[in-house]
Design a protein around this ligand. Sequence first.
Ligand SMILES: *Cc1c(COP(=O)(O)O)cnc(C)c1O
Length: 389
Amino acid sequence: MLDNLRTELAARVTEMQETGVYKPERILASPQGTRVRDETGREILNLCANNYLGLADDPRVVGAASKTLQERGFGMASVRFICGTQDIHRELEERLAAWLRQEDTILFPSCFDANGGVFEALLDQRDAVISDALNHASIIDGVRLCKAQRFRYANRDMAELEARLQEAADARYRLIVTDGVFSMDGYFAPLDEICVLADRYDALVMVDDSHAVGFVGEGGRGTAARYGVEDRIDILTGTLGKALGGASGGYVAARREIVAVLKQRARPYLFSNSVAPAVAGASLAVLDILEDSGELRHQLERNASRFRSGMTDAGFDLLPGEHAIVPVMFGDAVEASAVAQRLWDAGVYAVAFSFPVVPHGQARIRVQLSAAHTDEDVDRAVAAFVATR
Ligand SMILES: *Cc1c(COP(=O)(O)O)cnc(C)c1O
């Protein structure tokens, strides 16, 4: 039987390679940053990390991680409720809650786990989840794990959302769930309109702000802050693995009673290890940096707008917007991946995405700016795109 399985799996991988959907991993031999090195020592300008604030190798963050490692050890070897909760875990939960204007926070091993645990712990067959069609895979999986009725609306389509809310009128609780920022387009969910509909149809609102927390909106507090609706958001999930240092870890920040039940019932929290102490300690340092100054966030905005205008002037087709995710549109999948390869050969790293990750005929190269990029980096990135023509 094993031989059959191995043959079949090898054929599947070959088919993925032949149809262009296979994802090779490029090996880096340096810390994450705006300049990385490959195994040959070649320096590459990195335009594809979620390292929006450049904190992944920031000396203040690395220093805090290293100090915590020395003082609190490497790992907890326990889930939170047995003997895996240090004072810094609670401190980080309280700091995140206060910063995000929520009542309490629960840490998870990842945001994937936060989304995987939240629905099943709170909802059952009497309830309804109304989900944006482009929501992250972890939301889709989390919703599948719970018994609530499922409704889906087209990406950011408020008329469809309203129709789904009407269909779900009989549910005990209605929960609207959306990404704050959609990662393939860099578009914001219209949280102001979503909250108006939530009020009209008496629904709860959950936002996964993984691609926004730390740098979008006032104080970098995220998409809800951008739209001035922080008070109306009932459940906020996010990751520590992108702008907030980029290591790992996720959270749910929410009303007090929601967090209390999640701590008792969310399975990825109950049955998976505590966030490593060094990550908790470094994340506290990240919050200090963000609360101290908006400089990184403003630098990121300047970098994104410099790249967007440079590329537009050079005649490239971009999806419009303000986010640090800048999709450079090619349409044709073969062309997009050929351009990405030419960029790599020129020492610039950006990734091409095509169907099924984005719709047919909308292949693109997704560029992600970082606050750590210099003006020279941004200009070099534009020049590298021009040189691929
Ligand atoms: C990256 C991402 C996640 C997963 O976060 P991890 O902490 O890496 O598991 C979840 N949701 C969204 C919207 C994301 O962009």
